[in-house]
Design a protein around this ligand. Sequence first.
Ligand code: IPD
Length: 256
Amino acid sequence: LALGVAREAGDLLVRGRAGQVAAESTKSSPTDVVTALDRASEELVGRRLREARPGDGILGEEGADDAGTSGVRWIVDPLDGTVNFLYNLPNWAVSIAAEIDGQVVAGVVHAPAMGATYTAALGDGSARNGVALAGSAVTDLSGALVATGFGYTVERRIAQVAVLTRVVPRVRDIRRMGAASLDLCAAAAGLVDAYYERGLHPWDHAAGALVAAEAGLRVGGLHGRPLSNDLVIAAPQALFGQLHDLLAADPPADRE
Ligand code: IPD
């Protein structure tokens, strides 16, 4: 269901992208834009999921928040990478995850402009376009290409740049590609060696974190805690501790 709905929303966005795309309004800051197509995509995804499974809950980036009655909740980013979409850069995706009693059990990250569709089911592995994923074999952080991202508020960005000054000298290089769901999938696919970011919302990471975990990556937060708004790290087992310790060394001022 997630795959079919993500493809339908992806088609809507591809058609919309062929026309005029403009930032319609802003959310948390002037750089946090939303287009009419973000909303149209969420409306379509919500409608399709409700038609198929009327008792389920839905949490969506553009406002859907319904607990449902079935124990199943869908977590939807109808357009992750909105700024890329606005600039016609290909790194954007529709991200749909299903959780049962709070545990994500299925995830799809569909990126039509990249020709990539990532899928995962709990205990069943993850794949890109049907080909199984296994992450990177790099074992030393100094040789790791690390993806990250920045939030939209000035305060968050100042803190994130402070963290970056500690990370950049210790890694091969940094990538900021602009869609958290796809960053997690890139780590799952070994297109980057690891990924971390502060300040993500459930819709940013729900599907991509399952794709990464099912590719064998360790996905978590600080000090053994699960991933959260505070921090998401996705890395092969051999890199996780090294990256974690580097990030954990930051003073509390680096976190909001
Ligand atoms: C954003 C992207 C970005 C990440 C931000 C997210 P949006 O989502 O995933 O890569 O750094 O934290 O908010 O606004 O494009 O859906």
